[in-house]
Design a protein around this ligand. Sequence first.
Ligand code: NAD
Length: 305
Amino acid sequence: MKVVVTGGAGFMGSHLTEALTKKGDVVVFDNFSSGKQEFLKKIDVGIIQGDIRNFKEVREASREANVVYHFAADPDVKRSSSEPLENFRVDVSGSLNVLEACRLNDVKQIVFASSSVVYGNAKMPTPEEAPIAPISNYGAAKAASEFYVSTYSQLYGIKATVLRYANIIGPRLTHGVIYDFYCKLKKNPKQLEILGDGNQKKSYLHVTDAVNATLMAAQKTGKYSLFNVGSEETITVKKISRLVVSTLGLKDVQYKYTGGRTGWPGDVPIMLLSIEKIKSLGWKPKFSIKESILDTLDWLKTHFR
Ligand code: NAD
């Protein structure tokens, strides 16, 4: 059983790869733009340095694969606003390259990392049936890719599993609000800039829980399945900032807010997914949001001193 993980050197991809190596042969396909070799150094895995924008490379890497986990993407919502064409090339064209390679190589299953951002500003907790209404180019790219995954499944019979993740955090995190606060406070422990008014309220899930949900969802029978993956709790950005500051043992930090309901163009300020569907498979989160944040900070403290 050969499994390919695109983006397998990244934050989520490396945890997923680690879990998959316990079950069979795994090949990571990654251009190392944000992924890191060191995330894979303790894992027995084949590594192909390549780019999903290059169809030939993807086709070659996925030859004889049974399953492809497609996790490579540029997940930066802000950059998708300032560089929409480049975001399209990676997050839409790249995904289509992966799907087309799967079709031509007769790959039996694709597991696609989508996102809560496809819902935009939705009612909460947001179920899988909620309308697709992204408010960022990154969200539009994920939605477009999901539609291609669906048509490839229907037209060519490829089994497809789509996961719409909430914010995922934990060891090896290299982006997002906790990482951002940590880096800013390392640079200047006296002041913390918070994007928006700090009242953005979202759900966060530990990467171990996300990987377990992914593996369970991938086992589900049927040609096409789609699941939200998140936690049942939310936390405000303001509360996260206080938790980061107190965990780092800092005092008298001056908080500076850039203001406005959102942190950046395309930001969805309030997000909580309904996870009833994935829970019906027997999965539930093991970590609370607080435990997940503290675990993330523990890792950052030992790796970015
Ligand atoms: P990440 O940036 O750590 O991982 C992405 C990986 O893809 C990296 O290893 C990077 O080097 C690789 N990559 C980027 N462009 C590539 C290209 N053109 N060709 C080949 N490899 C390329 O991000 P992550 O947080 O681990 O996210 C993994 C996936 O999950 C992404 O598809 C992301 O959109 C999705 N997702 C993440 C979250 C989250 O909160 N982390 C939430 C929802 C969805």
